[in-house]
Design a protein around this ligand. Sequence first.
Ligand SMILES: [Mg+2]
Length: 465
Amino acid sequence: MATKSPPRKRKDAGAPISPPPLKKAVKSTTTTSFFTPASQKPKDRTVWSERGPTDDVPATLLVGRYQPENDDPTSRQKRRKIAAFDLDSTLITTSSGKKHASSGADWKWWDSKVPGRLRELHEQEGYHVAILSNQAGLKLHFDAKYKGPKAAVQKRVADFKQKCTAVLTALDLPIALYAATEKDIYRKPRTGMWKELCEDLEIPEEEVDLKGSFFVGDAGGRVALLGKGDSSAATAAAASVPKDFSCSDRNFAHNVGIDYKTPEEFFLGEQPRDFIREFDLVNFAFPGDDASLDTAKDLFEKKNDQDVVLFCGPPGAGKSTFYFKVLKPLGYERVNQDTLKTRDKCIQAAKDLLKAGKSVVVDNTNPDPDTRALWIDVARKASVPIRCVWFSTPVMVCEHNDAVRAHNAALNPEARESLPKLAFTGFASRFKEPKEKEGFQDVTEVKFQFRGTKEEYALWGRYWV
Ligand SMILES: [Mg+2]
């Protein structure tokens, strides 16, 4: 190397051209920070950066990294334990008492014990400390279609950064804060932020001490606590606690494979409260490679030389999987509105297939008798029987399946995008259980079960929503 001079830091850019201060007593009112010698500026020790799930999409993950003065990262190289925390309602809360911070200054510690406890973890207990936060209210970049007011959105990001910089500065520990701003792989309970954290700490994921690591967050799926004893409204209100808005923090810890604690358990030493998962993987253990397929095949036997099989069930119920694993091998052709776009095209395609002597599966949601009647008519005109297969998959499972599909290319053969909530509630509002008397030869109920390989279950058997 030809030069020994250290690389010039960006922060020093103004230094060479700033006039040397002649007298300390002289203060110019026009002096801006640009002309203040770098040595006199309070150093902003939080560095912000952004990352994206892939190189083709705008960044959605905001990362703030705080480095204390005289910090020596090499002193932590051997650490393998991670203590990770949610931010809102775990480390901090609003000082205004509002649900959402009204400005960058609207925060206080969730409890006065918080900063001291984090310091102990870092200084005495050998942990890497990190903050992992869902912030879907923030938007880092606007796509071409965005029509809303931009200034307010940009202010929210600026306020958030200001608040977090203040929190990190108050802690004065080598901590990185990750904020997931979209419903993508970074959002808890998904584990994208954990992966980034391990990479930044330069610890291969498999080398993290999972037994020693833990995550603390308030979204624990806790059920509401009703006031005890006295049934008068005032006493009940004083003692009651509302249920958690979500279980995403507990489920995130489950996905990573680390211990989970609520802020009350971790900081205040309270006993765990009851919780429920609306969708609980405990009820969906891997049934075995062959077992899942065998039971599926037992559910449906071919009865007619040629017929129509009408599916009924919400999006994400497992209809297409059932077609490919069970009915396609029996020689059924498939019409599907996601592929053909309109119902008229589906009906035409089905008529053509029936005319050619094929049996047909109608792989649409078909929630109500009116929609199903159209297909019963198609079968009647072709003089073939029509059977119904009803997928009674609970809506929570459907939303799970939908998220698994959208976030895992390997389980998404038709490259479907994640569906809006309306797709599920819309089905539920129109749904009427299918009955033979509508004109079906029979109605077969298929209860949901995971149907796939062990490799596929490794992805399916995590929390995604
Ligand atoms: Mg929270």
